[in-house]
Design a protein around this ligand. Sequence first.
Ligand code: HEC
Length: 257
Amino acid sequence: MKKLACLLVILLSVPGLAGAADETLRLMDVRTDLSDKASLQRGAKYFVNYCLGCHSLKYLRYQRLGQDLDIPDELVEKYLIWDGSKISSPMTSAMRLEDADNWLGAIPMDLTLAIRRHSGGGLRVGRGADWVYTYLNTFYRDDKTPTGVNNLVIPNASMPHVLWRLQGIPEPVYARAEDDGSAKQRKVVGVKIPEGGGALSEAEYHRMTRDIVNFLVYASEPIQSARKALGLPVLLFLIVFLAIIYLLKQEYWKDVH
Ligand code: HEC
């Protein structure tokens, strides 16, 4: 019994452990929606334009993406494939890993599983989505880093704020100074978007980053929507099947007793 209790405690604390790093940071709530095809299509377009230069989606093929998101092959080839890849190829990044390491000081990881990586235990996809959404929304100006920006979710991230032209560069918001208040000690707790700082309004930028995250949720498991659709028929089949087996059993054992 004691062992069981121990095991339970360990199991329950695992998702908590994964989230421990951002303890103080409240993630933004993104509410993705895989049935919103228009959002997924926009997300795919943004991803190819702004992210694929560095990050691959190596478990997703262009053709599959087209089929799932109702984008005809010709349009996929025309608008989503930039590097001459075949439509049957996986979405690999044009950047060579050694180059990335030299330029950025870090290797941009494949993003197919980014959402799951940050789900805290793998089951809470919504948390992974919130994590990436918050990441894209919390870059802020920091002249001391090589990229000129910092980030609340990944402190000292090597990724530049690639969407800065659209969002502008947010200013850091500091915690209220409690001790001597020296600027060096102050902790950044939020970001403030300068008005008219980027090409998009704040609401438009939120929508854009939500589309990208929605697309990444899809990419993390393209089969998800299909599987959900399959769930009910499979369940019904099993129930009917069980009923038949039960009747058969009654029939076979009838004479034995
Ligand atoms: C110039 C190259 C570059 C581009 C373009 C780029 N990134 Fe990144 N990204 C990086 C690097 C480098 C890291 C690693 C950051 C670190 O840990 O220091 C990273 C990290 C990330 C992470 C964290 C991954 C993880 O699991 O920890 C996410 C999510 C991400 N990028 C999303 C995006 C999205 C979405 C776009 C497009 C809007 C994008 N990136 C465009 C270079 C890039």
